[in-house]
Design a protein. Sequence first.
Length: 212
Amino acid sequence: MNDIYAIIFDLDGVICTTDKYHYLAWKALADSLGLPFDEKVNGLLRGVSRMESLEIVLGEHSADYSQEQKTALAARKNEIYKSYLSAMTPGDLSKEVRSTLYTLRQRGYLLAIGSSSKNTRQILRQLGLGEFFDAVADGTMITRSKPDPEVFLLAASMLGVRPENAVVIEDAESGVRAAKAGRFRAIGIRTEGNDPNSDITIRHLKNLTEIL
Ligand code: BG6
Ligand code: MG
């Protein structure tokens, strides 16, 4: 890829496997409410904010809950999710991800996180990446979550690069759409077959070192 100076990584499902904890926490909440929930519904939540995810989980039952009840349900899901996060250590950062990040940094790229998650800072700290990235844009700093490009535009501006000079790495369709809406180039990871919008799709994060 030409003229790329910066790489903006999604967090959940790209840097770490916290996507599986999101799944388990939503599943526990949905089960307690007697609502159906499976991997397919979970796929729709990737990249989407907590409250918007709750609306998808509630589906046609959304109108049965008041705003206060919804806030409480989202908080309950987050408590379950955080109980999984609390057990995470730097050992949960895969060797592959670690070495890919260090190789890309050595090659001179600016590296950032662009995540819808309000738990981003905690996750990075627990993985031992608290100080690693040149910029971190997350769910606490934005008003519109993916597929809106806000979080990626914020990351690019924090880095001082233009979208045309940055590539976004995403596992979510909403994230790839956000990247394209912001005029970034987009690499989809594990999105083969269901993401016609990404410029390139790769199977593993380490494949980045063959492209960048
Ligand atoms: C995204 C995840 O990174 O963050 C979504 O892909 C999640 O599944 C969203 O809903 C918000 O996360 P959090 O940690 O703020 O509830
Ligand atoms: Mg993701």
